[in-house]
Design a protein. Structure first.
Lengths: 434, 268, 269, 387
């Protein structure tokens, strides 16, 4: 077999800070959950998109993110045992693997490789993914805990931009604001604490700050070479953005990342050695074979300079959250609605977003990775791919596997498609006479 | 000066030996079987035999196909997507779209005038509609692959196969036979299923004439007719089409010898 | 004596069992089904009768089962292979509460009650390298045939992993293992283990309870039987003297006797 | 009499099964200025479109009569048949008569339909109707009223016809009549299932979404009296409930197989057509009435979240009210919401000691051997007397 070229990152004074820090923060996250479980402190099971971290943090209700937990079991090579445990209970091979890993964790003593997986004392699920709601109902049945469904009407038109001056928007805001007030009442019951609007205000301020930093981080990859790999490193940035949304540690983390990236740029250090192809990832990665997956691109010196995942799965934090602290609840309702769009209509009309990113980040090609587990992300990819190719002349590769189900990983087929894609990108260069 | 291209596919291995001015002196063909390296060597030897030259006379060998990394005597590897594209344009210079129905992958490729890949589409994460589907039919019907095409052409009233999944195929075929349908009508149904699935792949990038059909299945006249019919124009094939991947590999070998440009496209 | 025939028209093989009122098997016969179910049924019955020179007129009732049950005009009644399999196995192994039938095209897990009635069942997901045909293709690819599976798989040192769910991609995994020069035995065993894992999953999904029984063509593969027992924590019993393949035909013939009885009761009443 | 009935059923079958939409074209010939609104499963307040003189058409999938040529190029694998076939219908030009297309994000795959349609048909007005997923919220009715008004506004623009309270009331009355007739049909299924077979009752019901309601009221009204007049004898068959037909529909051939082995005394086929359980009041604000009816007086499905309607409880209720002995819990291949209910249904039915079978089906299939075997085995296990 041929030898793999894997990019080596040179040592930097800052280098590794981000990694050690994110590892520590993730361990803290698990320690907090483990402790809450031990002390029977009610934990909120919430999801990365539309987590309502702003409200939950106001009541110091610890948040447990099942997607993050499931992803980590896959990276640790443990997802299949949980997934199969769920299938043994009768769950279909054709439903979301994240859901099954979660069910498996709950069915096998809630022992996660990184800590104790807590019982939910409250489930918050938005409709940003329909499966969240089904998922919440599964937990509701098992633990009969309170379930709060945050219903966020997406943009109705067939465009990508959300018209926040419209009547529709005003009506949606009323609906969402009402729901947020209901959630606040529910949190008061669950936590036994009174609602403190000033604390909410403070948290909203942190989210504003984090969002600003997150945006600057993404923008760093407009540099050549791109300082970070949106596939391998971006996943950490986004993970922290989700689990520490509205917490000062989260803000500090983003500051560290930004300064590390600034230093990489100053030293002209790229995420992969001799950056050769600049790529955009649309869809999500394959975590059961994460290293092989990333390696298949790195051996061609291809770097993911941007990833749609870092947008929609961050609950829209990349779109610039600007809460008006003078009217916290109203502003929360408005901003949630606006920033929810990338994860709602945004996914369906994302061809416009992709075209813009391809332009701004000088992308050579787009990798569309569809996963069986996530129809929210995957169902429309072939159509978007076709649009980008025919309207913007941006080449795209369409591949499929799964997030957590290694039975859907076919290495030979995957490699063959990826190699062929890079060969065709090279051909395009020859054409262009570059 | 001689070069060679060896295409180790999942079912068959093909090799050609060609001269600096693209003349094909020898062809080799053998089943791939379990030992990929051996298959590559065998096909290469057969090609050498026909060419009346010996291995040392060949200055460069490029491997392609699933087993491309197993060809220990190969100097470089290129995927069969690039090779089929290159080979197709070589065989039919007006080619803009290429279709190859392979054992595990069906490829629909859009190419430029000089055989560079613009876009390609392959079967989804599921082997639906690949050449393997014909294999399943021949297993289920206990008929040799070679007989399927001619048999299909005698069909009067083809069945509608609803699955293109090879795993489902056998039971659906038996299902039709159990319903008393004629064997040729079932076989034609199988051909139509693969053809429409393959043409759907071509459509993903937009079908641009001329369409050239490559690979082993080109010897199946029923399939060639069906695809022409669905594409809406006669698709190109000839006796060399079967070796198209190997020919493309040979051409890449030639590039490297002549220009020194690494045949492995873009590998820095 | 009254005699009934059970004809199991499987997608690959047709099996016949002639059974008397005590459940004693008078004659059995098996042949490839081919495409003409009616002929296959007629032919097999004829041979089964000839073997023991029984005349056609001595057969009081015929029950057809299996994939082609509707095409067999000669049968008085058609019953599904699941019902027949369960009942046939039940009569051989009365204590068994869960039957796994591992055949060429499908693998079935059945939970049965104390009278041999199916209370729950599950068939392999078609979109999975689940059934015997997968093993067959694998060994053929390795240059052996189905009869070698047992031997090869038992001599494995370090079985490979086959994770892909699609048969076709599973095949390509096998190609890749061979390309990586893994031993034929290890590859074969890997395939058997992959299939065993899926079969075990099916058994779990019918909320299986031991004792377990195993029927069907693959019952002869020791590695499979052992692994299954290992995974599910209880051994798998197999029907007497290699009759496993006839479970469906036997069950059909037995159920035919029940119908026959009911009919005579009705007549006398 | 039987002949007249079979003529009615044939008209319904054509409307439901013919991929050329003959019933729609007939209507368009009679109303040259008429406009058609296509709405994807599960529910759409068709009264609003009707009030503006539009013909509401329920997007259904098709079996093998529609060959997938284009659709797979636009939508990923791992999605159900109805998404593919309905998209294929549009891409093949058979739906060119549509002036408006509305989806409700019922599932993660269907959410993409609007985007795909919008990219493929820039001229067509594609709208998303956001029905509340927090149905029990006290804020939902007001939100939904405004959302219906928004849709009404777009319909008024497209048709140029104002939707007045009175025109809407008239439409509500027409649809109330249709709902009444459908309730009657289902009452027959529950009380005297031998009077009408499953495929016939299905076609009679489903046709409501595929032809003008005026015509459907006529046909169904007449059919019901003919069915009533039948003198058929009950057979010794199982009484079962079929659950799982709320969106993609099982192929007719599967239904006829079902009716061979059992009486299907209740089901959730095309539940959107029967979503509103009672007459919608015509007094007061009709738009508000429609919104309230959707939320407060409606059926259930795996794609609506309403804590007041726990699905397993609703299924048990359906089984008891129809006095069924057993249930078939089905889901279309790749249907995530449907599949996600199965374990809960299984648990609830096991606990209630109701024999049940869990099966998968796919609209686009001719191969029923497995489904047939599973269903027959299920019936045999309940009907054979083993010794």
């Amino acid at each position: 077999m041929e030898t793999q070229k894997v990019a080596i990152r040179p040592a930097l004074s800052q280098a590794g800070n981000t990694r050690t820090m994110s590892r520590a923060l993730i361990q803290n996250y698990w320690d907090e959950l483990t402790e809450s479980d031990a002390t029977a402190k009610p934990v909120a099971n919430t999801f990365v998109m539309g987590s309502m971290a702003e409200v939950l943090n106001t009541f110091d209700i610890p948040m447990s993110f099942p997607e993050v937990a499931a992803l980590q079991t896959a990276v640790k090579g443990k997802s299949m045992e949980y997934l199969l445990a769920a299938e043994d209970l009768g769950h279909s091979p054709d439903i979301c693997g994240y859901v099954k890993v979660d069910i498996g964790l709950h069915a096998t003593g809630r022992n996660h490789p990184l800590g104790k997986y807590p019982k939910p004392g409250l489930v918050v699920a938005s409709n940003m993914c329909n499966t969240y709601i089904k998922w919440a109902e599964i937990l509701e049945r098992q633990y009969n805990c309170p379930v709060f469904v945050l219903d966020l009407p997406g943009w109705r038109g067939t465009g990508f931009e959300y018209d926040s001056s419209s009547e529709t928007f005003k009506n949606d805001v009323k609906y969402v604001e009402g729901q947020i007030r209901d959630l606040i009442t529910l949190c008061e019951e669950v936590s036994g604490k009174k609602f403190d609007i000033d604390k909410l205000r403070e948290i909203l301020g942190d989210v504003n700050r984090m969002s600003e930093l997150y945006r600057s981080i993404l923008a760093m990859n407009k540099n050549k070479p791109a300082p970070f790999n949106a596939l391998t490193e971006g996943i950490n940035y986004m993970g922290i953005a989700n689990i520490l949304r509205g917490r000062p540690e989260g803000v500090q983390f983003m500051e560290t990342v930004l300064s590390e990236l600034e230093e990489r740029v100053a030293n002209n250090v790229g995420a992969v050695s001799d950056e050769h192809f600049r790529l955009l990832l649309v869809g999500v990665a394959c975590y059961t074979n994460f290293k092989e997956f990333a390696g298949m691109f790195e051996r061609w010196s291809g770097v993911f300079v941007a990833s749609e995942y870092m947008s929609f799965a961050g609950g829209g934090i990349d779109r610039g959250v600007v809460y008006d602290l003078s009217r916290p609840i109203e502003s929360l309702a408005e901003q949630i609605l606006i920033t929810a769009q990338p994860s709602m209509s945004g996914i369906f009309y994302s061809h416009e977003w992709q075209a813009r990113v391809a332009e701004d980040y000088d992308i050579d090609g787009i990798v569309y990775h569809g996963v069986k587990s996530c129809r929210t992300v995957s169902a429309g990819l072939p159509d978007a791919r076709e649009w980008l190719l025919n309207h913007e002349n941006v080449p795209g590769l369409f591949i499929q596997s799964d997030l957590v189900d290694s039975r859907l990983w076919a290495e030979a087929q995957m490699r063959n498609r990826i190699d062929a894609f890079f060969e065709s990108l090279e051909s395009r260069r020859i054409q262009a006479g570059v | 000066m001689l070069v060679a291209g060896v295409d180790v596919g999942s079912t068959q291995t093909k090799a050609v030996v060609m001269t600096g001015d693209h003349e094909i002196l020898g062809r080799g063909l053998c089943p791939t079987g379990a030992r990929l390296a051996e298959a590559g060597q065998t096909a290469f030897n057969l090609a050498l035999e026909e060419s009346k030259f010996a291995e040392p006379d060949v200055s460069l060998v490029v491997g392609t196909g699933y087993g491309r990394f197993n060809i220990d005597f190969g100097d470089a590897q290129v995927t069969e997507i690039s090779c089929h594209a290159r080979g197709a344009v070589h065989l039919f210079p007006n080619t803009r779209s290429v279709l190859d129905i392979g054992g595990q992958d069906t490829k629909a490729i859009k190419v430029t005038a000089d055989g560079q890949v613009v876009d390609f589409n392959m079967n989804d994460k599921c082997a639906a509609g690949t050449g393997r589907f014909l294999g399943a039919a021949s297993d289920a019907l206990e008929l040799p692959l070679g007989e399927l095409g001619p048999l299909a052409q005698t069909a009067k009233n083809p069945v509608k196969m609803t699955t293109t999944c090879t795993v489902f195929a056998e039971s659906e075929i038996l299902g039709w036979l159990a319903k008393g349908r004629r064997v040729e009508d079932v076989v034609m149904g199988v051909h139509q299923a693969i053809a429409s699935r393959s043409v759907a792949l071509l459509r993903r990038a937009g079908i641009e004439p001329e369409v050239t059909f490559t690979g082993g299945v080109t010897r199946n006249t029923a399939m060639v007719e069906l695809i022409s019919e669905m594409v809406g124009s006669e698709v190109n094939t000839n006796e060399e089409s079967h070796y198209c991947g190997a020919i493309g590999a040979g051409l890449y070998a030639l590039d490297q010898v002549l220009t020194g440009a690494s045949a492995e496209r873009g590998m820095p | 004596m009254t005699l009934t025939a059970g004809i199991d028209l499987g997608s690959s093989y047709t099996k016949v069992a002639l059974v008397d009122e005590h459940g004693f098997i008078e004659s059995t016969y098996m042949r490839k089904t081919g495409f003409h179910f009616a002929d296959a049924a007629e032919e097999s019955l004829r041979v089964a009768l000839e073997q023991k020179d029984i005349s056609r007129s001595d057969v009081d009732y015929i029950a057809g089962t299996g994939f082609g049950r509707y095409a067999a005009e000669i049968s008085d009644l058609s019953i599904t292979e699941l019902t027949c399999h369960a009942y046939g196995t039940h009569r051989w192994l009365p204590e068994v509460r869960t039957v796994l039938d591992a055949g060429g095209q499908t693998v079935k897990a059945l939970r049965i009650d104390e009278v041999g009635r199916v209370t729950a069942f599950r068939l392999n997901d078609k979109c999975a390298a689940g059934a015997g045909a997968f093993l067959q293709k694998t060994v053929e690819y390795l240059g052996y045939d189905i009869t070698d599976i047992a031997r090869l798989s038992e001599n494995a040192q370090d079985p490979v992993t086959v994770s892909s769910v699609c048969t076709v991609f599973a095949e390509s995994e096998i190609i890749n293992h061979l390309a990586a020069d893994r031993a034929v035995e290890d590859v074969c065993a890997g395939a058997v283990i992959a299939l065993t894992g899926r079969a075990a999953q099916l058994v779990k999904r019918v909320k299986a309870e031991p004792p377990f029984g195993l029927t069907g063509g693959l019952a002869s593969i020791k590695l499979l039987t052992d692994k299954l027992g290992e995974i599910l924590g209880s051994p798998f019993a197999v029907p007497p003297d290699g009759l496993g393949a006839y479970a469906g035909a036997y069950g059909a013939a037995l159920l035919a006797h029940q119908r026959l009885q009911k009919r005579t009761e009705l007549v006398s009443a | 009499m039987e002949e007249e009935l079979s003529q009615i059923i044939e008209e319904c079958r054509t409307a439901v099964e013919d991929p050329e939409y003959p019933a729609v074209h007939e209507w368009l010939e009679a109303n040259p200025e008429g406009k058609v609104l296509g709405h994807f499963q599960v529910y759409f307040p068709e009264e609003i479109a009707h009030a503006a003189g539009m013909l509401p058409l329920k997007m259904m999938g098709f079996d093998t009569t529609v060959q997938l040529r284009e659709a797979d190029a636009h939508i990923a694998a791992f999605v159900c048949s109805i998404l593919r076939t309905s998209l294929e219908q549009a891409l093949s030009g058979r739906l060119d008569f549509l002036s408006m297309y509305v989806t409700h994000p019922i599932c993660d795959a269907a959410r993409h339909l609007n985007g795909v349609w919008a990219r493929q048909f820039p001229e067509l007005n594609c709208q998303i109707l956001y029905l509340p997923q927090n149905a029990a919220s006290s804020h939902a009715p007001e939100y939904l009223r405004a959302e219906y008004r928004r849709i009404a506004g777009i319909i008024e623009e497209i048709t140029g016809n104002p939707i007045t309270d009175d025109s809407l009331r008239a439409s509500i009355e027409l649809f109330n009549e249709n709902r009444r007739l459908l309730r009657e049909l289902y009452q027959i299924k529950r009380e005297t299932p031998w009077q009408v077979g499953l495929t016939d009752s299905y076609l009679l019901m489903a046709a409501a979404g595929a032809m003008p309601r005026e015509r459907h009221n006529e046909l169904l009204g007449r059919a019901l009296s003919l069915i009533d007049a039948r003198e058929r004898n009950p057979q010794d068959k199982l009484r079962i409930v079929f659950e799982g037909g709320y969106c993609e529909q099982p192929p007719i051939e599967m239904l006829s197989m079902l009716q061979d082995v059992a009486y299907v005394v209740d089901d959730d086929f095309m539940i959107g057509l029967r979503w509103l359980l009672e007459d919608v009041p015509t007094s007061g604000d009709p738009v508000a009435n429609l919104a309230v009816a959707y939320l407060e007086n409606s059926s259930y499905s795996p794609v609506q979240r309403d804590p007041r309607k726990l699905k397993e409880d609703m299924l048990l209720k359906r089984i008891h009210e129809s006095d069924a002995q057993a249930a078939i819990v089905a889901a279309p291949k790749m249907c995530e919401p449907g599949l996600e209910e199965q374990v809960a249904y299984d648990g609830a039915l096991t606990e209630a000691d109701i024999p049940h079978l869990i099966v998968e089906f796919e609209e686009k299939t001719t191969n029923f051997e497995q489904a047939r075997m599973e269903i027959e085995t299920f019936a045999e296990s309940l009907m054979f007397d083993f010794v």
